[in-house]
Design a protein around this ligand. Structure first.
Ligand code: C2E
Ligand code: MG
Ligand code: MG
Ligand code: MG
Length: 289
């Protein structure tokens, strides 16, 4: 009986492996096809200047419109794309597409700063500068309207710092994404051409419930400002969080409170109908909270 079970388990395990290999292969085929057939799409999330309460930027977030699987989020394909070496062509498409969109907004009288997420595997030369230069040239987007978002864990090697410096020399901005979520040293904040620090959503989540989170947010804002960097809060979902971040001196914010990532037409609608958020949090401020 134990033997039979063991055997079954083995069979189950083997078929599971085969299933995984199969899934991996179909994912690879799918990603290659997605590039060719243009199944990728950029959603944009508004970035708000917390002092002006106005949309001043947009973060491009990749989506895969799978012909069968509906809308696929980056969490379920970016890692595979990185492992398969497909993140470079996909990332180049992202940069080109975001630059074109940034130019469209500029032409429509809305000079939004467009942010794109960059994987560690993209921090390579000549790939990165060539990709950026071509995209900026082709679109005519002024480099000051483009920003790269990089997570702190991607800075581990000295080479990526040199690559980033070359990219920054083109005139675009660099932001550290998910700040505080990793374990890297703070030294890179002074070594790298970083313009913006994006505090990880986990800390914003703790506003109102975690003294530690609130203390860390204040500390990061202080650190960022004393280093001459702008500080952005990610994942703002409530007015309470917004009021706290405003009082803490955070420069910018994004989150579901202002708007979730959306397709370009819905982003255009937001820009048309609700470019400012003056009233948000006002009641709470009025109550002295
Ligand atoms: P990220 O750059 O930190 O992006 C923020 C994520 O938080 C997005 O998830 C966004 O939809 C989500 N978010 C925004 N506001 C809120 C909020 O108020 N509450 C909550 N709970 N979530 C919020 P998304 O779009 O699934 O992207 C996940 C990650 O995938 C991104 O994290 C980024 O690291 C990566 N990614 C997205 N697009 C690209 C890309 O084009 N290239 C690369 N290499 N990575 C990308
Ligand atoms: Mg990001
Ligand atoms: Mg982030
Ligand atoms: Mg993230």
């Amino acid at each position: 009986r134990a033997k039979a079970e063991g055997k079954n388990r083995h069979v189950f395990y083997a078929s599971n492996m085969a299933g995984e290999v199969q899934a991996q292969r179909s994912m690879e085929e799918g990603l290659r096809r997605a590039l060719e057939e243009e199944e990728f799409e950029l959603f944009y999330q508004p970035v708000i200047d917390l002092e002006q309460r106005r949309i001043t930027g947009a973060e491009a977030l990749l989506r895969w419109r799978h012909p069968k699987g509906g809308l696929v989020l980056p969490g379920s394909f970016i890692a595979t794309a990185e492992a398969l070496g497909l993140i470079k062509p996909i990332g180049a498409w992202v940069v080109r597409s975001a630059c074109r969109q940034g130019r469209r907004w500029l032409d429509a009288g809305m000079p939004l700063k467009v942010a794109v997420n960059i994987s560690a595997a993209q921090l390579q030369e000549p790939y990165l500068t060539a990709t950026l230069r071509e995209a900026l040239e082709e679109s005519g987007l002024p480099p000051q309207l483009l920003e790269l978002e990089i997570t702190e864990s991607q800075f581990v090697d000295a080479n990526s710092a040199a690559v980033l410096r070359e990219a920054a020399a083109l005139g675009l901005g660099i932001a550290i994404d998910d700040f505080g979520a990793g374990y890297s040293s703070l030294a890179y904040l002074t070594r790298l051409p970083v313009h913006r620090i994006k505090i990880d959503r986990a800390f914003i989540d703790g506003v109102g419930t975690s003294r530690e989170a609130e203390t860390l947010i204040r500390a990061v804002v202080g650190l960022g400002h004393s280093l001459g960097k702008r500080v952005v809060a990610e994942g703002i979902e409530t007015e309470e969080q917004l009021v706290f971040l405003g009082e803490a001196g955070c420069n910018e914010g994004q989150g579901y409170l202002f708007g979730a990532p959306r397709e370009v037409p819905r982003m255009d609608a937001l820009l048309r109908e609700r470019p400012t958020f003056a009233a948000l949090g006002a009641a709470r401020r009025g109550r002295g909270g």
